[in-house]
Design a protein around this ligand. Structure first.
Ligand code: GN1
Ligand code: MG
Length: 373
């Protein structure tokens, strides 16, 4: 993808690029493509992250980048004001092109952005211990504090209704009814189980609409892989991958952390007997998120943390199954039925959380009492 000719085109955009000495693919998500490039520059080697932003998913790239730049600039000021000395390691720098834009379009029509690579930091696809989970959740809880006083105007909704669960649910129902690829007969039990959840699917959205839960600036892709950890201390340093930063609810980020972290198997595990909620990781996430957010969260937000987790998992199951029914047009797949397997693991995880509902609520209560005392 990054060949010599493209590299020339890329380097022409950024004065920071010197002679390129290496390019590697950074393991990423299902949507964008991310590369780490190293350049010979006077005085040493500079590492930069180049990312192709998927414009089929993000329809308005200028808005995406406007959100990212506003949030990173705000975070920089917030960290400085709050006495953080290594601000450059707490927030990624986004580089403008020679024309002063934060994105550019290549000759094939793709959109790209460039960010710095934070040195002496590592990332993990999944946590290796409860400490990793705690640190990641603390970083996301703290992110809530950092962006809580972002000035108006409201950030752009770059993917409208991103976590509007009822809209996601309706889109899923439409995919079931459309059965465009004739795949319905292969997933009837999963479809029926998800449709049975309809009575509660809108609870979180209703609390948002009614103003019971305050609208906040939300990362919207909260997972351990989107946190950089300090190589020396293993502390959660920075929250990265801000392309979905948008207006939303704090419990969306907590929910996504639970969804992406507590599952005892991979997101596309085929052996469902391996799938369930890891209670220790859940405890670590609850403690990290609540402590990281400090006094920010309202009592309503705290009381709906577990509802947020269940809702986000339900929503994600409908998104994966919808994509499977529609022919895998959104989430990248590497093998047949991968989105079906992803939907099945979400369903299994949700069932496991429902079975452990009381215990998980008690864990959240305990953490809150600990934080208050
Ligand atoms: C997508 O590409 P990645 O992994 O960062 C998706 C998230 C999903 C996630 C599921 C813009 O994120 O909403 O939760 O896959 N991002 C978008 O793994 O749709
Ligand atoms: Mg992402």
């Amino acid at each position: 993808m990054i060949d010599a000719r493209f590299q020339q085109e890329l380097c022409a955009q950024y004065p920071e690029c010197g002679r390129c000495v290496s390019v590697e693919v950074l393991a990423g998500g299902h949507i964008n493509d991310t590369y780490l490039a190293r350049y010979d520059v006077s005085g040493g080697v500079r590492s930069l992250v180049h990312q192709r932003i998927n414009h089929n998913v993000f329809r308005n790239i200028p808005y995406v980048m406007e959100n990212v730049v506003r949030v990173t600039e705000h975070a920089r000021v917030w960290f400085s004001k709050n006495g953080v000395v290594d601000v450059d390691r707490r927030v990624q720098t986004v580089y403008p092109t020679r024309d002063g834009n934060y994105y550019w379009q290549d000759s094939t029509g793709n959109y790209w952005r460039t960010q710095d690579y934070i040195a002496n930091a590592f990332s993990r696809v999944v946590p290796e211990s409860s400490d990793d989970a705690y640190e990641a959740a603390f970083a996301f809880g703290m992110f809530q504090r950092v962006v809580a006083d972002l000035d108006k105007p409201r950030l752009h909704e770059t993917i409208p209704g991103f976590h509007h669960t009822p809209q996601r649910f309706s889109a899923f129902e439409a995919a079931v009814n459309g059965n465009a690829c004739d795949r319905l007969r292969g997933c009837q039990p999963e479809v029926e189980w998800l449709l049975d959840q309809k009575p509660w699917h809108a609870l979180v959205q209703q609390a948002w609409d009614a103003g019971v839960l305050p609208e906040r600036v939300v990362h919207n892709d909260a997972k351990v892989a989107n946190v950089l950890f300090d190589c020396d201390t293993a502390e959660g340093l920075a929250v990265i991958d801000l392309d979905t930063v948008m207006p939303g609810l704090s419990i969306h980020d907590f929910g996504d952390l639970v969804r992406s972290t507590t599952c005892t198997a991979g997101e596309d595990e085929q052996d469902l007997s391996k799938v369930g909620v890891d209670v220790d990781l859940f405890s670590a996430l609850a403690a990290g998120f609540i402590n990281g957010a400090g006094t920010l969260l309202t009592s309503e937000e705290r009381s709906m943390l577990l509802s947020g987790a269940k809702t986000i998992i339900l929503e994600q199951a409908t998104r994966f199954l919808k994509d499977h029914l529609e022919g895998d047009t959104y989430f990248r797949v590497y093998r047949p039925n991968q989105n079906l397997d992803r939907a099945r693991t979400q369903i299994q995880l949700l069932k496991s959380i429902q079975q452990n509902d009381l215990m998980l609520s008690l864990i959240i209560n305990d953490v809150q009492q600990g934080a208050a005392s």
